[in-house]
Design a protein. Structure first.
Length: 364
């Protein structure tokens, strides 16, 4: 009777096999793979139009005929690999798909030296992205909000601690420093230190802006999105990377942080929209119509999107707060059954519409 093996178990086995095979390579071959992996990873993350990489001149792999590892040579004519170029640039495409295709071609080669080299190059590139390109953060635990599946709310309450004894909870600022004094440690506020990477936290639990401007908050969000994008790129190149403990730790820590802060940024921008409407209403500049683009954070695309709806049609219609209340309610009613949104995104968007409704429902 054949035992059923789960996909997760298969990925763990494949990851373990690639890791063991890489570790059996001589140190000089490992360093060679790591150097080529950096070139591949940089090209993928920076969306370059072309890429050159090289296979090693020899490799250690299992030889079926002798049933043990042996060092075999890689044919010189296939060592140099070139991907992309003018046509790729003209089509405004990056080399990500072409790299995956080329590595698959090489891995299906009947020559074990070529196929093994390609497989280890794929492994080394993914490992470099996950382990070397991304900073490690704190040990965190999140819980999901009510009615949601993705954990996004930190469970740990931290009291302020000394930045001298807790170096992991502070930023080491680079630049000019007094001789003999070392780096300047800048402690994070407790609200930030509850997350995986506190340096990218822009809002506390109450939505208060912790950084100098909304532009800084947007830059922090972009950094978190890039972090997740690198993880996704690594797993797209080598799907078995999801079995790597470091991959799972970084994905868990950053995904919860990104969604939490993305929603906070969307709510902050919604509050700014509310203030702008009130200011313009006071000045009487909303009597020719009003349409809104309300920001919300999409849990699926992991970015801020906007929903557009009309509050007052164009024309000479005097602004009345009740128009905003009605428009917010109508938009919320549409989104309740909108299958384009996952449940947590829908809940977040409807909460923002309720925020908009409440802001004008109390205005007489």
């Amino acid at each position: 009777m054949t035992e059923n093996i789960s996909p997760a178990s298969q990925l763990r086995d494949e990851f373990g096999e690639k890791q063991a095979l890489f570790n059996t390579q001589p140190a000089i071959i490992q360093r060679f793979f790591e150097a080529q992996a950096r070139q591949i990873a940089d090209a993928l993350i920076e969306h370059r139009y072309q890429l050159k990489f090289t296979l090693p001149d020899r490799i250690v792999t299992e030889i079926p005929q002798i049933d043990q590892p042996a060092t075999i040579s890689v044919p010189p004519q296939v060592r140099e690999q070139h991907i992309g170029g003018f046509k790729t640039r003209l089509a405004r495409e990056d080399v990500k798909e072409a790299v995956r295709h080329r590595l698959s071609q090489l891995e299906h080669s009947p020559d074990p030296a070529i196929s093994t080299s390609a497989g280890l190059l794929r492994y080394a590139a993914a490992i470099h992205m996950v382990h070397n390109m991304l900073p490690s953060g704190r040990s965190v635990t999140y819980r999901p909000d009510e009615g949601e599946d993705i954990p996004t709310i930190p469970t740990e309450d931290l009291a302020p601690e000394s930045a001298i004894t807790q170096a992991s909870d502070a930023i080491a600022e680079e630049g000019k420093a007094d001789n003999g004094r070392g780096d300047l440690q800048v402690p994070f506020v407790p609200a930030a230190r509850r997350f995986y990477l506190p340096q990218w936290i822009s809002f506390d639990d109450n939505g208060k802006l912790l950084v100098g401007s909304i532009k800084e908050a947007e830059a922090d969000l972009a950094s978190m999105q890039r972090f997740i994008n690198i993880l996704h790129t690594a797993s797209s190149i080598a799907p078995y990377m999801i079995a790597d403990d470091e991959y799972q730790k970084k994905r868990y820590g950053m995904l919860g942080q990104l969604i939490n802060q993305g929603r906070a940024l969307a709510r902050y921008k919604t509050k700014e929209i509310i203030l702008t409407i009130k200011e313009r209403a006071t000045l009487g500049s909303l009597n020719r119509g009003l349409s809104l683009s309300l920001p919300y954070f999409d849990d699926q695309s992991l970015r801020i999107n906007t929903t557009h709806f009309e509050v007052i049609p164009a024309g000479r219609i005097m602004f009345v707060p009740a128009f905003v209340v009605r428009a917010a309610r109508e938009e919320a009613a549409k989104r309740v059954q909108d299958t384009r949104f996952d449940p947590s995104t829908r809940k977040h968007l409807i909460a923002e519409l309720k925020m908009l409704e409440d802001a004008f429902n109390t205005i007489q």
